[in-house]
Write a protein that binds this ligand. Structure first.
Ligand code: AMP
Length: 176
């Protein structure tokens, strides 16, 4: 059942070469979003992975992590917390820097987005080098959240992003 939905989801990921720059193969998940059965199948994978963990909040990363993370939070009946690129959140924030291919970027989370000790799962669409999600894990720890696991629809294994997230357990459903 799960293997079956993984195969269908894999067929729903569109490879777009040389986006956003030459040499990158972009994994476009919009065909999954626009097909209700595929979207549901993708959410169900996250939900199966979340059950029994006594989660307090799901944290999603700007922007595709919002699509999956908030839907998972809704279904689980828990809160959702957005981590955004710098300059988008209106209230007091914690900030974490991370490296891009050239230079640096910053992610932000509201200081009161979670209570110390709350049980947190991080959700994003794709784990590549791990820089983005490592910044997200730093923010969760800064405010005292207990990060149980990081979950991704897609993992580009050849970039070894999960090493950057150690010791956080990493789960992904479609591996390339
Ligand atoms: P990284 O910080 O390298 O792990 O990059 C992860 C973030 O960039 C995720 O939020 C992804 O949505 C996006 N991303 C990186 N590489 C790709 C790719 N090849 N295809 C689609 N999205 C990507």
């Amino acid at each position: 059942m799960m293997a079956d939905s993984v195969d269908k989801l894999r067929a729903g990921v569109r490879d777009v070469s040389d986006f956003p720059k030459k040499g990158i193969v972009f994994k476009d998940i919009t065909p999954i979003l626009s097909d209700h059965a595929l979207f549901r199948a993708s959410i169900d994978l996250f939900l199966d992975q979340c059950r029994g963990k006594n989660i307090d909040k799901i944290v999603g990363i700007d922007a595709r992590g919002f699509l999956f993370g908030s839907t998972v939070a809704y279904e689980l009946g828990v809160g959702f917390v957005p981590i955004r690129k710098r300059g988008k959140l209106p209230y007091k924030t914690e900030i974490a820097k991370y490296s891009l291919e050239y230079g640096e970027a910053e992610m932000e989370m509201h200081v009161d987005a979670m209570m110390p000790g709350e049980r947190i799962v991080l959700v994003d669409d794709l784990l590549a080098t791990g820089g983005t999600s490592a910044a997200a894990t730093a923010l969760i720890r800064k405010v005292g959240g207990q990060l149980l696991e990081a979950q991704f629809l897609i993992e580009l294994e050849f970039l070894h992003g999960r090493k950057q997230l150690e010791p956080t357990p990493v789960v992904s459903f479609l591996k390339y």
